[in-house]
Design a protein around this ligand. Structure first.
Ligand code: GDP
Ligand code: IMO
Ligand code: MG
Length: 420
């Protein structure tokens, strides 16, 4: 069997958690392959909302296996909080959650370094979630990091040694901190991690594939936040794209099957950085209110704008998307007209190619389509879709040259329509 991958095509928060939960019954194993607690993946069923940060979104299907892969960065403190919350809901994770020994650990001093780095940047800050993601991946590539496998022997001594290096780095910043505040819960977090099966997940995942079991890899963040192809430097520190699933799990490229690319029917972004179709007006506000666009991890208001086909085509190309999933079309139901960006005009020259660098303010060429002015949230089949929505979908499929196979019309598991 092959590994299917589901990943975000925009700046994150496309609805990955919801759709992974919906697709989980079709799979035996769900994995995370990059990112860490900067992710906030929301799932809703039985009128209850759950937000996951470190744990794959297959976890609520108790017969399925969930794996935190080697490409993930794991914070023991935030991980324990998440485990505690799920256990308080009556769940027992010990049987269906495995963790790669090669996943790198986010340490308290990584979070301090993240905060110090952001504070030093002032107005040019990235808008990091301050979860320590950047400094942890820096230690990974700098070959200083500690991995989950390091907690088994002498963890404290290893931590103290790395902490000294981090304190030296921190002394270069004009940044005050109380290390004890950041270290609270570390010991308990490490003990919590020890209760789980810590494995060489690349062997396990390849064994699943060989035995004919099905695996779905769940991306975090989105393609436009990718460290190589996103709007650098306003990106995260991992490869969020399909290729990241190979390195983040130890799966060969020829073992990748379907690539599900998920996008909102409009666009959002949290944190700083260019956003060509951003609406800094009443329309943007309307989108934010209707879409409840506030961060699942930080609570920050998300910046909102029209769908950007220039960026979306780029994401489809970089990931080799084979099926598209569109979410939140229901949020656009009050709009008479819906705009879609089809080109950028940079220095007077029109382009449809996502450029090396996006200027802060950019002229955008739009195509306008009629809105559907109908409540989609109760619809159960695409036959019920208004003509205008059908046209919107057909238009996007033609432009992107990939079929839209799933349309999500609300946050609940049940509000998901699979197209024939
Ligand atoms: P993720 O990071 O990609 O998993 O997405 P988030 O959970 O951060 O943000 C998506 C938000 O939209 C969550 O609040 C979801 O409950 C919600 N959501 C997902 N799909 C839909 C949809 O089709 N319609 C509406 N109205 N909300 C949705
Ligand atoms: P999910 O998986 C949206 C953004 C941050 C910031 C930049 C760098 O829920 O889609 P980092 O903490 O990674 O150093 O922040 O990336 N960011 C996200 N935006 N959704 C996410 O995850 C994000 N994870 C990071 O806001 O701009
Ligand atoms: Mg999110």
């Amino acid at each position: 069997m092959k590994v299917d991958v589901l990943l975000g095509l925009q700046w994150g928060d496309e609805g990955k958690g919801k759709v992974v939960d919906v697709l989980t019954p079709k799979y035996d194993v769900i994995t995370r392959f990059q990112g860490g607690p900067n992710a906030g993946h929301t799932l809703e069923f039985n009128n209850i909302k759950h937000v996951l940060h470190n744990i794959p979104s297959g976890i609520f299907h108790t017969t399925k296996m969930n794996i935190i892969g080697n490409g993930v960065v794991l914070d023991p403190i935030s991980f324990k909080q998440e485990v505690d919350e799920l256990e308080a809901k009556g769940m027992d994770l010990s049987q269906n959650l495995l963790i790669s020994k090669k996943a790198h650990l986010i340490l308290p001093t990584h979070r301090i370094l993240d905060a110090a780095s952001e504070a030093s940047k002032g107005k040019t800050k990235i808008g990091s979630t301050l979860k320590g993601i950047g400094p942890t991946y820096m230690d990974k590539t700098g070959r200083n990091g500690l991995r989950v496998g390091d907690i088994i022997n002498n963890f404290e001594a290893k931590y103290e040694e790395l902490k000294k290096k981090h304190e030296q780095l921190l002394s270069m910043y004009d940044f005050e901190y109380n290390i004890e505040d950041f270290e609270k819960g570390l010991k308990e977090g490490i003990e919590c991690l020890k209760k789980f099966k810590l494995i060489d997940s690349e062997h396990k995942i390849n064994e699943y594939i060989k035995n004919g079991q099905t695996v779905l890899a769940e991306g975090a963040q989105g393609t436009l936040l990718d460290i190589d192809f996103g709007s650098y430097p306003f990106v995260t520190s991992s490869n969020t794209i399909c290729a990241g699933a190979c390195t983040g799990m130890g799966v060969a490229p020829n073992k990748i099957g379907e690539v599900f690319g998920i996008f909102k029917a409009y666009c959002t972004r949290v944190g700083s950085g260019p956003f060509p179709t951003e609406l800094e007006d009443a329309t943007g506000e309307e989108l934010r209110e209707a879409g409840h666009e506030f961060g699942a991890t930080t609570g920050r208001p998300r910046r909102c704008g029209w769908l950007d086909l220039v960026a979306l085509k780029y994401s489809v190309m970089i990931n080799g998307v084979t099926q598209l999933i569109m979410t939140k079309g229901d949020v656009l139901s009050s709009f008479e007209t819906i705009k879609v960006a089809t080109s950028y005009i940079i220095d007077g020259v029109e382009t449809t190619e996502f450029p090396y660098e996006l200027p802060d303010k950019i002229e955008v060429g739009y195509t306008e389509l009629p809105g559907w002015k109908a409540d989609l949230t109760g619809m159960k089949s695409e036959d019920e879709f208004p003509e205008e929505l059908k046209n919107y979908i057909t238009y996007l499929e033609k432009e992107l040259e990939v079929p839209i196979t799933i349309v999500s019309v609300g946050p609940d598991r049940d509000q998901t329509i699979v197209r024939s």
